[in-house]
Design a protein around this ligand. Sequence first.
Ligand code: ARG
Length: 459
Amino acid sequence: MSQKTWGGRFSGGTDSRVEQFTESISFDRRLYRHDIIGSQAHARMLAEVGLLTPAEADQIVSALDEIGAQIDAGKMEFSVSLEDIHTHIERALIAKLGDTGRKLHTARSRNDQVVTDLKLWTRDAIDELDGLLTELQRAFVHSAEREWGVIIPGYTHLQRAQPVLASHYFLAYVEKFQRDRERLADCRTRVNVLPLGAAALAGTSLPIDRDSVRAKLGFESVARNSLDVSSDRDFALEFVFVLSLVATHLSGWAEEWVIWSTTEFNFLDLPDAFCTGSSIMPHKKNPDVLELTRGKSGRVIGALQQLFVLVKGLPLAYNRDLQEDKTAIFDAFDTVAGCLAVAAPLVQQTKLRREVIASRLDAGFLDATTLMEALIARGVPMRSAHEAVGNLVRECEQRKCRLADLPDAQFDATAPGHGAEVKASLGVSNAIDAFTSYGSTARTEVEKQLAGWKARLGM
Ligand code: ARG
């Protein structure tokens, strides 16, 4: 008898080049745990509806446990002639149980099996990522707390804009990763719909109970349309999209910290354990972890493109092209999980060079916008105040001084009778004190946000 599960229809063997070309065991073996859990639920259900005896289901469930242990121990021999993980496990089962093993695939196709395995795997991957993202959020909150009270320049166009509390800056990343976690949770609701029971594409004439399998595997609901579900990889695209966004957030942050750790900026003290040196230049301490985080985002975004191109031309229902989804999904996940695992300790252990930052806060007119607002608050129309402060800045550039160094009369000219008062609003610390709006960098606002995050993240 043929080794192939589908050998009956074929007269001769498969060309070895075709076996090599069509195999997926080299990468889908990592689904084995999920394949086994799915098969055990399927077998139990088959017994409930009378397609297996309870004794047969018991035998299948425990034989699958043994096969799982065998794979855990690295004792399963993988061969391209058995194509994929589903066939390997089924063949091992048949080798153990004979005819009983030959009943497992009743009312099931590899088409609904593979997407069930992939959904079970993705669900676990989402949960793991959520944990990693939470750790990274905690690291940023930890920094927000440690650097409380420190003022740093805020940038737009990478030009000095307005002063912000360092804590406000760290919490900005907590927000981005929170949205990523919410997107993952949303994606999970669509992952959590059971495909099994769609069989090849049209369902089955056998009396299966899909809801029982759903409950056993912890899915929320059962996929309604068998034709849709055997071709559906939307959930995988969504998952890799969220991964791409996480990678993009990480990449922007990494770029910022690469810049901030230059001698020119010198804002950061990166931990030695997260930097590397040069083989020729003895003085170098390079931010390779940050650079690779930025670089690896390309792989993840690439994986999303790969999936789009993979599915865009597929007619219903299952097509073998879909086998190519797994390398993209696995690589995107491994890459992002790897980045997150080093990002959290790197954030936690990086310190701001407070004196360096403080010594340069007078440069770049970080208080100009607050000055303008002080004028507006005293009745000067916004456009006039904007122009007046612009003129003062031009004057400072000529005199090579700060706004606060201009003579009092300059301020009285724009806000008659309020010159001294307005001038007293200058300087980054006063600027920070002046903020009041919800979500701003005002101390009281940031304090509330920080407390809120600590509570939400269980810190
Ligand atoms: N290895 C295949 C995949 O990953 C499993 C499904 C194969 N189905 C089939 N009808 N050939 O997609």
